[in-house]
Design a protein. Sequence first.
Length: 113
Amino acid sequence: MTQSQPIALVSGATRGIGLAIAQGLAGKGVKVLLGARNLQSGQKIATEISTPDAQVEAVELDTTNQATIDNLAVLISEKYGRLDILVNNAGISLDFYPDLSVREKLSTRISHT
């Protein structure tokens, strides 16, 4: 990684839109920190989408777990000293409350974070 290479953190990057964004950024030569709740899964994906011009690094990130957020902030600060791009893609799962309406699920989820 060069000092001029941008550094991006993509949350929720192990599938769907987050994965596509991470792939696209790596394809443009951006150093991608691939945010994953499951670090082993993230490492496998990071290896698959790394390019010769941009190494993708899996990092543990569960946006509902403050410890992973704090640990990642320290890692970024100490290892890179900066973050140029943040893609806040992590979603919330509403399936944990099957008996509630969508409105109740959102209200419950928001009030407990």
